[in-house]
Design a protein around this ligand. Sequence first.
Ligand code: ADP
Ligand code: ZN
Length: 431
Amino acid sequence: MHYEAAEGLARESLRKLQTERLRRTITTCLRSSFYGSRLGALGLGPDDFSSPDDIEKLPFTTKDDLRGNYPYGFLCQPMDQYVRLHASSGTTGTPTAIFYTQSDIDSWAGLVARCMYAVGLRKGDVFQNMSGYGLFTGGLGIHYGSERLGCLTVPAGAGNSKRQLKLLRDFHVAGIHIIPSYALHFASFLKNEGVDPRSLDWRIALIGAEPHTEEVRQRIQDLLGIKAYNSYGLTEMNGPGVAFECEEQAGMHLWEDAYIAEIIDSETGEHVAEGQVGELVMTTLCRDGMPLLRYRTRDLTRFIPGMCACGRTHVRIDRITGRADDMLIIKGCNIYPMQIEQALMSVPEVAQNYVIELFKEGEMDQLRVKVEIKDEYFVEDMRALTALQKKIAGRLRDEILVTPRVELVQHDSIPKGEGKAVRVVDLRGKE
Ligand code: ADP
Ligand code: ZN
């Protein structure tokens, strides 16, 4: 078999396993002050759950619940059982902290190792983790998974492209973990250094932690000469290792022996119809320290109907189209940043980076897109540039139904930090 037995379980057996683990999780949750009082008030205990569908008896848990009970309100074990904490990147506000027992760390490492195996990495491969370490789960989370798989693990951290390249060469690295925006930046770096990416031994990149389009994946694959696989996770659900593409690159398997996933309409809280996009809601099934029940991720995706050609039976989710809170409303149109990325990346003259600015003109909210242009198209001929500007604005209008201002800027001129890319800057009231 090409994967663990648990990955190919028949659906009925998988549901049985989920039920067993859900009951155990409920028992554990009753020990925390937050769920103890919430479940107590509803009179719910493990015996009320005889199938995974019974999960709908439970109310949702939100980021505000986590913030409101920060830091210890969700802990289910005595303090001396915890060995690690992580905090979310705080992309959308105050961070939340997640605490792990040794057994949580072990099961998380197992999930990450499973994901890495699924994309073709093996014991004996050298693996370079090019994402930030520290409170961000993309560092230690992937690191422990890589060691668990048996890879020689290079904890390079983010940034310092020169050193990254040296490590890649010196140790014949086969696989990397990198956030997509840094992968594109690293491609420009290699080009500037005159390095042919196909001269390196690398084969595989795990890319994730931030929303990106299929067009960006294709660019990363072309520019770096490797296969890039989408990796989804969030701190509240451990970190990376929640859902991952297999070699088919046809959606991300969400590991249902470790999580119960639901997709809801954010407004009504009801399940969406099969295959429809909505908000992903998740329940942990293998966590002792800080289990979460029906956690609203705010991430938008859909279940991909049908089975995957790889034989794994776990459900697949589609590429995350954005966070529910990312939606911009301009002139009455609902716009997600990923729609803008998709339109931009379909224009061959466009280089790797862009930023979306919101500003006010009189009483109206307006959109400005600053986009980097490849060097060969950044010419002095005003007519050529104006035509390009119009072409990009037209593509954007077709996608988002609003014509934004388009500002062409030079390749590599938009500042790029080491962490997640900041795609939307709100200048309303500041200009
Ligand atoms: P923060 O919410 O502060 O960014 P995390 O570091 O926990 O904190 O990041 C988790 C979030 O990152 C997810 O909820 C999701 O919005 C985003 N994310 C993670 N992986 C992916 C991915 N593969 N595609 C799109 N978005 C992703
Ligand atoms: Zn598959």
